[in-house]
Each structure stands twice: as C-alpha cells, then as structure tokens.
Design a protein around this ligand. Structure first.
Ligand SMILES: [Zn+2]
Ligand SMILES: [Zn+2]
Length: 124
C-alpha cells in the first residue's frame, strides 16, 4: 500500500503476500504502488481519483495492465492483529482492543466481566 504520513511518502508491501506470490507481486503490486507514488508527486493525492486516468497512464507506461485490485488468493495470509491491552477482574484476565482501551482511559466506557460482574481494570 502507498500512504503519506505527515510529509513522508511510504510504500509498504505485505511480506506474506510477497513470500507466497513473489513473481506476481514484483510484476503487478510493485508498479501498482509506485504508480500511486508518481501520481502523488505529479498531481497530489486527493486531487485525482486513486485509480483514475493519471494512474492508468503511468501503469500503461510501465506496460502493466492497470487493474485496481489484486487477484491474489489470500488464504493463509495472516491479517494484521490488533493490539490488545490486559485488564483484570476478580476471576480472570481480559484483553481489550485499542479502541475500547482508549474509551476506558477517557472515562467514556466501562466493561464488566461476564462471569463475576466486576468492572475490568487495567493491569499494570
Ligand atoms: Zn491502488
Ligand atoms: Zn471475572
């Protein structure tokens, strides 16, 4: 994927997909993302459609068929795991995903243990 963070332009490739489909990834994914980068440099992201004429033009210049979505079979490719925070109650340990953890920290939400009914508190 291609993204811009502050002023940094970053292309990030999924190592699992590359490990499984190296040749196809080199032939398709690399020019696809590099074309996004070039569109950003030439036109600015958000000023043109992501897979619009400008992007397709660059893909054509690379001599790669401009398809917007990959057709890789993602079976066996792990999805990115969410960060989890450890909470405790009277009887056990629980894990909250970041979104829930943040609302607890902001005092917007409380979660109770289904077994003992205690309000969960952050461990450590
Ligand atoms: Zn794209
Ligand atoms: Zn409990």
């Amino acid at each position: 994927m291609y993204r811009v963070r502050n002023t940094q332009r970053v292309i990030r490739y999924n190592p699992w997909i590359f490990a499984k489909y190296f040749d196809d990834s080199m032939a398709v994914t690399v020019p696809h993302e590099v074309a996004h980068y070039l569109v950003d440099c030439l036109h600015g992201l958000g000023r043109v459609r992501p897979h619009g004429v400008q992007w397709r033009g660059i893909m054509n210049a690379f001599d790669v068929e401009p398809r917007a979505t990959g057709s890789f079979d993602l079976a066996g490719i792990p999805v990115r795991r969410q960060r989890r925070f450890t909470y405790r109650c009277e009887c056990s340990t629980h894990h909250l995903v970041t979104r829930r953890h943040n609302s607890v920290q902001r005092g917007e939400a409380r979660y109770r243990c289904r077994d003992c009914g205690e309000t969960l508190t952050a461990a450590s």
